[in-house]
Design a protein around this ligand. Structure first.
Ligand code: HEC
Length: 164
């Protein structure tokens, strides 16, 4: 019967187009989000390390090395939570160490993010004093908030992969 064949073909076409639309609209944005947040987080990790390394020198370069890295941490931390929209977890299909718990325990994840924002703001205040030992203590305090979140919300595979 021609009409039922038509219905079936149209139905298949509809299914195909819905699937194609889903792929086009959802995945690339989430994949791009994952890559860009990993880049930004890497910059933050490297900023923290550069400050720490510089503070070990006899006369740290406050203006050219420490200041821009303090700025990176201070400016980026308020946005961290926005880098984890729903759909940008492992289901997006890109390599990510973000654990599903981020979206299951959103309030706790937000608490970790706020803790980091507070310590990053303090980092900038302490920087203004240009006192190496005070700043080092604040680097450690900030680093603890990074680790606190990573312990619960970043896959331990990250450390394994980083070692290789
Ligand atoms: C609220 C939670 C949270 C806080 C706070 C946090 N992170 Fe992360 N971080 C994550 C998650 C989740 C990932 C995994 C992201 C992914 O793979 O998509 C991650 C990944 C990273 C990575 C690996 C990026 C890569 O793939 O190469 C670095 C480096 C990093 N974070 C540094 C930091 C530093 C430094 C701080 C503190 C200044 C910090 N993070 C604070 C949750 C957090």
């Amino acid at each position: 019967m021609p009409s039922s064949v038509f219905t079936r073909v149209a139905g298949i076409a509809l299914v195909l187009s819905v699937t194609a639309t889903a792929i086009v609209t959802a995945a690339p944005a989430d994949v791009a989000m994952i890559k860009s947040r990993q880049d930004k987080l890497r910059d933050m990790g490297s900023a923290l390390k550069q400050i720490d390394d510089e503070l070990k020198r006899r006369s740290p370069d406050w203006d050219n090395v420490i200041q821009p890295n303090v700025q990176i941490l201070h400016d980026r931390s308020p946005f961290l939570q926005k880098w984890f929209p729903k759909g940008s977890g492992p289901e997006a299909g890109a390599k990510t160490y973000a654990l599903p718990a981020i979206w299951q325990k959103g309030d706790d994840f937000a608490k970790h993010a706020r803790g980091m924002i507070a310590e990053a703001a303090k980092l900038e205040q302490v920087f203004a004093k240009k006192d190496a030992s005070e700043l080092r203590a604040q680097v450690i305090a900030l680093g603890k908030t990074c680790k606190g979140c990573h312990d619960d919300y970043r896959s331990p595979d990250y450390e394994k992969d980083a070692e290789q």
